[in-house]
Design a binder for this molecule. Structure first.
Ligand code: UDP
Length: 311
């Protein structure tokens, strides 16, 4: 039986990866310090003999007994509110944590997959964003703690690939939504859904003309699984290219929930990217992957999750 270590495995994406790898017949080990993760996300797996959880901060030395075939490095605060509140932990897990996880992969001869992000493109000057775009990041801005940590993590991953011949993969994840998101993590989708369900005003930052491209979690997990199984070393964008302005997105959520909420405009956070849309030519070609869930379908499923778990 193959064994995978998922760092950050009790978070939103990590826990969906646990489900997928258990389903594929893997032995799954999760390490998480639970600063943004939640045991509720993996509680249904805790009795499974092929599943183990270890409470550990992966910026500290990682010790795992026995063989490992794969490491999925997903530990990190990932919502802007979280990394603004935890700037140093965010920098540490992207740098020290990535180094520790890569060192473990090298010691075990395991394949390593890094969860990177569309934030490596910063406030992009190229649209849509292709993997060969180097990005436009403010290193000393508030978002720099996340963006630069992930850029460093990519550089470190490539260095282990080139200098230690480690088998590595890098996925650049675009805005993703679905069950197990935290309702109060500050991101646009949970914020708008909770506001709409509570009949409160939806807080659109700036004039709402900034765009994002939202991917349903099942599509993302499929793309990551295919990348993990592939032999492709360079970064691959995984995201849904269906782009929408944040103002239209807020209106879409009001319509979907049937809420009487209104929209209010508040200050745009500094360095908030103005546009974001993945070019997924590479993922289509190399992984034969593309998203299957139109936003309307994914949003309906996610709304049911929030209604059931939070209201
Ligand atoms: N946003 C907003 N209202 C909110 C939360 C977010 O208008 O209550 C905006 C935010 O400024 C950004 C977009 O929605 O332009 C997406 O924000 P999110 O935090 O979801 O993710 P990001 O793509 O910025 O990492």
């Amino acid at each position: 039986m193959k064994k995978v270590l998922i760092t950050g495995g009790s978070g939103f994406l990590g826990s969906h990866l646990c489900d997928r790898f258990i389903k594929e017949g893997w032995n799954v080990l999760v390490m998480d310090n639970l600063i943004t993760g939640n045991l509720d996300n993996i509680s249904h797996l805790l009795g499974n003999k092929n599943f183990q959880f270890i409470h550990h901060d992966i910026t500290e030395f990682i010790d795992v007994e026995g063989a490992l075939d794969l490491i999925l490095h997903f530990a990190s605060p990932a919502s802007p509110m979280d990394y603004l509140e935890m700037p140093i932990q965010t920098l540490k897990v992207g740098s020290l944590g990535t180094h520790k996880a890569l060192g473990l992969a090298k010691a075990k001869g395991a394949k390593f997959l890094l969860a990177s992000t569309s934030e490596v493109y910063g406030d992009p000057l190229i649209h849509p964003q292709k993997e060969d775009y180097w990005g436009n990041v403010n290193p000393i801005g508030f978002r720099g703690v996340y963006d630069e940590a992930k850029r460093f993590a990519e550089a470190m991953t490539m260095a282990y690939n080139r200098y230690h011949d480690l088998e590595t993969r890098i996925v650049r994840i675009f805005n993703t939504y679905g069950s197990r998101m935290r309702i109060y993590d500050g991101r646009a989708l949970p914020a708008f859904m909770s506001q709409a369900l509570n009949e409160e005003d939806l807080t659109v930052f700036g004039d709402g003309s900034q765009t994002r491209s939202f991917t349903y979690v099942d599509d993302l997990i499929e793309g990551i699984y295919r990348l993990a199984m592939s032999d492709y070393v360079e970064p691959v964008n995984i995201g849904n290219p269906q782009e929408i302005s944040i103002l239209d997105f807020a209106k879409e959520i009001i319509e979907l929930t049937g809420s009487k909420s209104k929209i209010v405009f508040t200050n745009l956070p500094k360095d908030d990217p103005k546009i974001r849309k993945p070019d997924i030519t590479k993922a289509r070609k190399i992984l034969d992957w593309e998203p299957k869930y139109p936003r309307k379908d994914g949003l309906k499923i996610t709304l049911e999750f929030f209604k059931k778990s939070c209201f």
